[in-house]
Write a protein that binds this ligand. Structure first.
Ligand code: PMP
Length: 298
Protein backbone atom coordinates (compact mmCIF):
# COMPACT_ATOMS: atom_id res chain seq x y z
CA UNK A 1 0.00 0.00 0.00
CA UNK A 2 0.99 3.60 -0.49
CA UNK A 3 1.98 5.22 2.79
CA UNK A 4 0.70 8.63 3.82
CA UNK A 5 2.33 10.85 6.44
CA UNK A 6 0.06 10.89 9.47
CA UNK A 7 -2.53 8.68 11.12
CA UNK A 8 -5.10 10.04 13.57
CA UNK A 9 -4.94 7.97 16.78
CA UNK A 10 -7.19 8.79 19.71
CA UNK A 11 -7.26 12.46 18.87
CA UNK A 12 -3.65 13.01 17.85
CA UNK A 13 -1.69 12.78 14.64
CA UNK A 14 1.04 10.14 14.74
CA UNK A 15 3.66 9.42 12.07
CA UNK A 16 2.56 6.62 9.76
CA UNK A 17 5.42 4.31 10.84
CA UNK A 18 4.78 4.93 14.53
CA UNK A 19 1.05 4.18 14.57
CA UNK A 20 1.38 0.92 16.55
CA UNK A 21 -0.48 -1.20 19.12
CA UNK A 22 0.47 -3.79 21.74
CA UNK A 23 0.44 -7.44 20.59
CA UNK A 24 -2.07 -8.25 23.34
CA UNK A 25 -4.61 -5.84 21.85
CA UNK A 26 -8.01 -7.47 22.35
CA UNK A 27 -9.06 -6.93 18.72
CA UNK A 28 -6.07 -8.91 17.45
CA UNK A 29 -7.14 -11.97 19.44
CA UNK A 30 -10.93 -11.80 19.34
CA UNK A 31 -11.81 -9.65 16.33
CA UNK A 32 -13.28 -6.89 18.50
CA UNK A 33 -13.23 -4.01 16.07
CA UNK A 34 -15.64 -2.12 13.85
CA UNK A 35 -14.69 0.05 10.92
CA UNK A 36 -15.65 1.96 7.81
CA UNK A 37 -14.35 2.24 4.28
CA UNK A 38 -14.96 5.67 2.73
CA UNK A 39 -13.64 7.44 -0.35
CA UNK A 40 -12.55 10.98 -0.99
CA UNK A 41 -12.58 12.04 -4.65
CA UNK A 42 -10.87 14.87 -6.46
CA UNK A 43 -13.94 16.66 -7.87
CA UNK A 44 -14.32 19.83 -9.94
CA UNK A 45 -14.80 21.67 -6.63
CA UNK A 46 -11.74 20.06 -5.01
CA UNK A 47 -11.43 17.05 -2.70
CA UNK A 48 -14.78 15.81 -1.37
CA UNK A 49 -15.97 12.74 0.54
CA UNK A 50 -18.76 10.52 -0.78
CA UNK A 51 -21.62 10.10 1.74
CA UNK A 52 -19.60 10.96 4.84
CA UNK A 53 -22.67 11.32 7.09
CA UNK A 54 -24.00 7.87 6.18
CA UNK A 55 -20.63 6.18 6.76
CA UNK A 56 -20.11 7.78 10.16
CA UNK A 57 -23.67 6.91 11.13
CA UNK A 58 -23.05 3.26 10.21
CA UNK A 59 -19.81 3.30 12.24
CA UNK A 60 -21.78 4.47 15.28
CA UNK A 61 -24.46 1.82 14.64
CA UNK A 62 -21.73 -0.85 14.50
CA UNK A 63 -20.36 0.46 17.82
CA UNK A 64 -23.82 0.36 19.38
CA UNK A 65 -24.39 -3.26 18.38
CA UNK A 66 -21.11 -4.25 20.07
CA UNK A 67 -21.68 -1.95 23.07
CA UNK A 68 -18.65 0.15 22.27
CA UNK A 69 -19.25 3.52 23.87
CA UNK A 70 -17.27 6.17 22.05
CA UNK A 71 -16.10 9.34 23.73
CA UNK A 72 -16.65 11.20 20.47
CA UNK A 73 -19.74 12.52 18.74
CA UNK A 74 -20.50 11.76 15.09
CA UNK A 75 -19.67 15.38 14.31
CA UNK A 76 -16.24 15.06 15.97
CA UNK A 77 -15.43 11.90 14.00
CA UNK A 78 -16.50 13.57 10.75
CA UNK A 79 -14.26 16.55 11.54
CA UNK A 80 -11.38 14.20 12.44
CA UNK A 81 -11.78 12.43 9.07
CA UNK A 82 -11.69 15.71 7.16
CA UNK A 83 -8.71 16.89 9.27
CA UNK A 84 -6.81 13.69 8.52
CA UNK A 85 -7.25 14.20 4.77
CA UNK A 86 -6.10 17.82 5.08
CA UNK A 87 -3.13 16.87 7.27
CA UNK A 88 -1.95 14.41 4.61
CA UNK A 89 -2.64 16.92 1.82
CA UNK A 90 -4.42 14.29 -0.30
CA UNK A 91 -6.80 15.11 -3.11
CA UNK A 92 -8.27 11.65 -3.42
CA UNK A 93 -7.92 8.76 -1.01
CA UNK A 94 -9.45 5.80 0.74
CA UNK A 95 -10.43 6.50 4.36
CA UNK A 96 -10.35 3.84 7.06
CA UNK A 97 -11.74 4.74 10.48
CA UNK A 98 -11.37 1.86 12.95
CA UNK A 99 -12.73 1.48 16.49
CA UNK A 100 -11.10 -1.33 18.45
CA UNK A 101 -10.78 -2.85 21.89
CA UNK A 102 -7.23 -2.40 23.07
CA UNK A 103 -4.70 -3.83 25.51
CA UNK A 104 -5.85 -4.36 29.08
CA UNK A 105 -7.32 -7.66 30.13
CA UNK A 106 -7.12 -10.99 28.34
CA UNK A 107 -10.27 -13.06 27.95
CA UNK A 108 -13.38 -12.94 25.85
CA UNK A 109 -15.19 -10.27 27.88
CA UNK A 110 -14.13 -7.03 26.17
CA UNK A 111 -15.89 -4.58 28.45
CA UNK A 112 -12.90 -3.68 30.62
CA UNK A 113 -10.50 -3.07 27.75
CA UNK A 114 -9.88 0.48 26.55
CA UNK A 115 -11.57 1.56 23.35
CA UNK A 116 -9.40 3.19 20.69
CA UNK A 117 -10.19 5.05 17.50
CA UNK A 118 -7.89 5.55 14.56
CA UNK A 119 -8.32 7.10 11.13
CA UNK A 120 -5.94 6.32 8.29
CA UNK A 121 -6.09 7.72 4.75
CA UNK A 122 -4.06 6.70 1.74
CA UNK A 123 -4.09 6.83 -2.03
CA UNK A 124 -5.84 3.76 -3.37
CA UNK A 125 -6.74 3.14 -6.99
CA UNK A 126 -9.16 0.60 -8.37
CA UNK A 127 -9.85 -2.16 -5.82
CA UNK A 128 -10.52 -4.88 -8.39
CA UNK A 129 -7.85 -3.74 -10.85
CA UNK A 130 -7.63 -0.98 -13.45
CA UNK A 131 -9.57 -2.88 -16.11
CA UNK A 132 -12.39 -4.05 -13.84
CA UNK A 133 -14.59 -0.96 -14.14
CA UNK A 134 -14.31 -1.00 -17.90
CA UNK A 135 -14.26 -4.65 -18.85
CA UNK A 136 -15.87 -6.39 -15.89
CA UNK A 137 -14.70 -9.24 -13.69
CA UNK A 138 -15.02 -13.00 -13.36
CA UNK A 139 -16.66 -14.32 -10.24
CA UNK A 140 -17.61 -17.64 -8.68
CA UNK A 141 -20.26 -18.64 -6.21
CA UNK A 142 -18.44 -19.39 -2.99
CA UNK A 143 -18.65 -22.69 -1.18
CA UNK A 144 -18.75 -20.54 1.97
CA UNK A 145 -22.11 -19.06 3.03
CA UNK A 146 -22.63 -15.70 4.67
CA UNK A 147 -23.32 -15.86 8.37
CA UNK A 148 -26.69 -17.15 9.52
CA UNK A 149 -29.09 -14.81 11.32
CA UNK A 150 -28.38 -14.46 15.03
CA UNK A 151 -24.75 -15.54 14.71
CA UNK A 152 -22.70 -12.50 13.70
CA UNK A 153 -24.68 -9.31 13.16
CA UNK A 154 -24.28 -8.51 9.49
CA UNK A 155 -25.56 -4.96 9.90
CA UNK A 156 -22.40 -4.22 11.89
CA UNK A 157 -19.29 -3.66 9.81
CA UNK A 158 -17.14 -5.58 12.25
CA UNK A 159 -13.59 -6.85 11.81
CA UNK A 160 -14.58 -10.41 12.73
CA UNK A 161 -17.13 -10.60 9.90
CA UNK A 162 -14.29 -10.36 7.43
CA UNK A 163 -12.99 -13.81 8.33
CA UNK A 164 -16.04 -15.05 6.47
CA UNK A 165 -15.26 -12.67 3.58
CA UNK A 166 -11.61 -13.76 3.55
CA UNK A 167 -12.48 -17.44 3.19
CA UNK A 168 -14.62 -16.61 0.17
CA UNK A 169 -12.07 -14.24 -1.36
CA UNK A 170 -9.15 -16.67 -0.88
CA UNK A 171 -11.12 -19.49 -2.47
CA UNK A 172 -12.10 -17.31 -5.44
CA UNK A 173 -8.57 -16.05 -6.03
CA UNK A 174 -6.97 -19.52 -5.69
CA UNK A 175 -9.50 -20.81 -8.21
CA UNK A 176 -8.53 -18.07 -10.68
CA UNK A 177 -11.48 -15.68 -10.23
CA UNK A 178 -11.47 -12.00 -9.33
CA UNK A 179 -14.14 -12.14 -6.65
CA UNK A 180 -16.69 -14.37 -4.90
CA UNK A 181 -20.47 -14.18 -4.68
CA UNK A 182 -21.73 -15.52 -1.39
CA UNK A 183 -25.13 -17.07 -0.69
CA UNK A 184 -26.97 -16.91 2.60
CA UNK A 185 -27.52 -20.11 4.61
CA UNK A 186 -30.83 -20.73 2.76
CA UNK A 187 -28.98 -20.64 -0.57
CA UNK A 188 -30.20 -17.22 -1.72
CA UNK A 189 -27.82 -14.65 -3.19
CA UNK A 190 -26.29 -12.38 -0.55
CA UNK A 191 -23.26 -10.34 -1.69
CA UNK A 192 -19.58 -10.33 -2.61
CA UNK A 193 -16.73 -10.55 -0.10
CA UNK A 194 -16.74 -6.75 0.08
CA UNK A 195 -19.47 -5.62 -2.31
CA UNK A 196 -23.24 -5.68 -2.73
CA UNK A 197 -24.65 -7.22 -5.87
CA UNK A 198 -27.25 -6.12 -8.43
CA UNK A 199 -28.97 -8.26 -11.06
CA UNK A 200 -30.74 -6.94 -14.15
CA UNK A 201 -33.33 -9.04 -15.97
CA UNK A 202 -35.77 -7.70 -18.58
CA UNK A 203 -34.99 -4.09 -17.61
CA UNK A 204 -35.85 -4.64 -13.94
CA UNK A 205 -33.07 -4.18 -11.38
CA UNK A 206 -32.95 -6.59 -8.43
CA UNK A 207 -30.83 -6.63 -5.29
CA UNK A 208 -31.04 -8.81 -2.18
CA UNK A 209 -32.88 -7.24 0.78
CA UNK A 210 -31.15 -6.39 4.05
CA UNK A 211 -32.27 -9.63 5.71
CA UNK A 212 -30.33 -11.73 3.17
CA UNK A 213 -27.16 -11.55 5.29
CA UNK A 214 -25.74 -8.47 3.59
CA UNK A 215 -23.95 -5.41 4.82
CA UNK A 216 -26.37 -2.52 4.26
CA UNK A 217 -24.10 -0.89 1.74
CA UNK A 218 -24.03 2.85 1.28
CA UNK A 219 -23.23 2.55 -2.42
CA UNK A 220 -26.11 0.04 -2.71
CA UNK A 221 -28.44 2.63 -1.21
CA UNK A 222 -27.14 5.25 -3.65
CA UNK A 223 -27.64 2.93 -6.64
CA UNK A 224 -31.21 2.10 -5.60
CA UNK A 225 -32.03 5.82 -5.28
CA UNK A 226 -30.31 6.92 -8.47
CA UNK A 227 -31.67 4.04 -10.59
CA UNK A 228 -35.22 4.86 -9.48
CA UNK A 229 -34.61 8.52 -10.33
CA UNK A 230 -33.41 7.37 -13.75
CA UNK A 231 -36.78 5.66 -14.23
CA UNK A 232 -35.84 2.03 -13.58
CA UNK A 233 -37.82 -0.36 -11.43
CA UNK A 234 -35.65 -1.55 -8.54
CA UNK A 235 -36.78 -4.46 -6.43
CA UNK A 236 -35.23 -5.57 -3.16
CA UNK A 237 -36.15 -9.22 -3.14
CA UNK A 238 -34.71 -12.68 -2.59
CA UNK A 239 -32.66 -13.85 -5.54
CA UNK A 240 -32.16 -17.55 -6.26
CA UNK A 241 -28.66 -18.53 -7.36
CA UNK A 242 -29.69 -19.50 -10.89
CA UNK A 243 -31.10 -16.03 -11.51
CA UNK A 244 -27.46 -14.92 -11.71
CA UNK A 245 -26.91 -17.32 -14.61
CA UNK A 246 -29.82 -16.02 -16.68
CA UNK A 247 -29.29 -12.34 -15.82
CA UNK A 248 -28.95 -9.81 -18.63
CA UNK A 249 -26.50 -7.81 -16.53
CA UNK A 250 -24.77 -8.24 -13.17
CA UNK A 251 -22.71 -5.78 -11.19
CA UNK A 252 -21.03 -5.28 -7.84
CA UNK A 253 -21.15 -2.03 -5.89
CA UNK A 254 -19.17 -0.78 -2.90
CA UNK A 255 -16.89 1.97 -1.72
CA UNK A 256 -13.79 0.11 -2.83
CA UNK A 257 -15.27 -1.62 -5.91
CA UNK A 258 -17.38 1.42 -6.97
CA UNK A 259 -19.63 0.11 -9.80
CA UNK A 260 -17.98 -2.98 -11.28
CA UNK A 261 -19.65 -5.02 -14.04
CA UNK A 262 -19.52 -8.81 -13.77
CA UNK A 263 -18.78 -10.46 -17.11
CA UNK A 264 -18.78 -14.09 -16.06
CA UNK A 265 -20.14 -16.12 -13.16
CA UNK A 266 -19.41 -19.82 -12.63
CA UNK A 267 -18.39 -19.89 -16.34
CA UNK A 268 -21.75 -18.48 -17.48
CA UNK A 269 -21.13 -15.44 -19.68
CA UNK A 270 -22.95 -12.19 -18.96
CA UNK A 271 -22.77 -10.37 -22.25
CA UNK A 272 -24.50 -7.04 -21.61
CA UNK A 273 -23.70 -4.06 -19.47
CA UNK A 274 -25.77 -1.24 -21.01
CA UNK A 275 -27.75 -0.28 -17.91
CA UNK A 276 -24.79 -0.96 -15.63
CA UNK A 277 -22.78 1.52 -17.70
CA UNK A 278 -25.51 4.18 -17.38
CA UNK A 279 -25.57 3.76 -13.59
CA UNK A 280 -21.78 3.80 -13.45
CA UNK A 281 -21.72 7.04 -15.51
CA UNK A 282 -24.29 8.62 -13.19
CA UNK A 283 -22.28 7.56 -10.13
CA UNK A 284 -19.11 9.23 -11.38
CA UNK A 285 -21.05 12.26 -12.64
CA UNK A 286 -22.52 12.89 -9.16
CA UNK A 287 -19.05 12.53 -7.67
CA UNK A 288 -17.18 14.62 -10.23
CA UNK A 289 -19.59 17.52 -10.11
CA UNK A 290 -19.53 17.31 -6.30
CA UNK A 291 -23.32 17.07 -5.87
CA UNK A 292 -23.92 18.51 -2.38
CA UNK A 293 -26.60 15.91 -1.67
CA UNK A 294 -23.91 13.23 -1.58
CA UNK A 295 -20.55 14.94 -1.23
CA UNK A 296 -18.84 16.71 1.69
CA UNK A 297 -16.04 19.07 0.73
CA UNK A 298 -12.76 18.59 2.60
N1 PMP B 1 -20.67 -5.79 1.64
C1 PMP B 1 -19.53 -5.96 2.32
C2 PMP B 1 -19.29 -7.28 3.00
C3 PMP B 1 -18.59 -4.94 2.39
O1 PMP B 1 -17.44 -5.11 3.04
C4 PMP B 1 -18.83 -3.73 1.70
C5 PMP B 1 -17.81 -2.63 1.73
N2 PMP B 1 -17.97 -1.82 2.86
C6 PMP B 1 -20.04 -3.58 1.00
C7 PMP B 1 -20.93 -4.64 1.00
C8 PMP B 1 -20.37 -2.31 0.30
O2 PMP B 1 -20.70 -1.32 1.23
P1 PMP B 1 -20.44 0.22 0.97
O3 PMP B 1 -21.11 0.56 -0.28
O4 PMP B 1 -21.06 0.89 2.15
O5 PMP B 1 -18.97 0.40 0.89
Amino acid sequence: MKKSEKIWMDGEFVNWNEAKVHVLTHALHYGSSVFEGIRCYNTIKGPAVFRLDEHVKRLFDSCKIYRMELNYTEKEIKEAILDTIRENRLKSCYIRPLVFRGYGEMGVNPLNNPLHVMIAVWEWGRYLGEEALEKGIKVKTSSWSRMAPNTYPFLAKAGGNYLNSQLAKIEAVLDGYDEAVMLDTDGYVAEGSGENIFVIKDDVIYTPPTYNAILKGITRDFVIKIARKMGYTVREERIPREMLYIADELFFVGTAAEITPIKEIDHYKIRENKITRKIQDKFFEVINRCDPEYMTKV
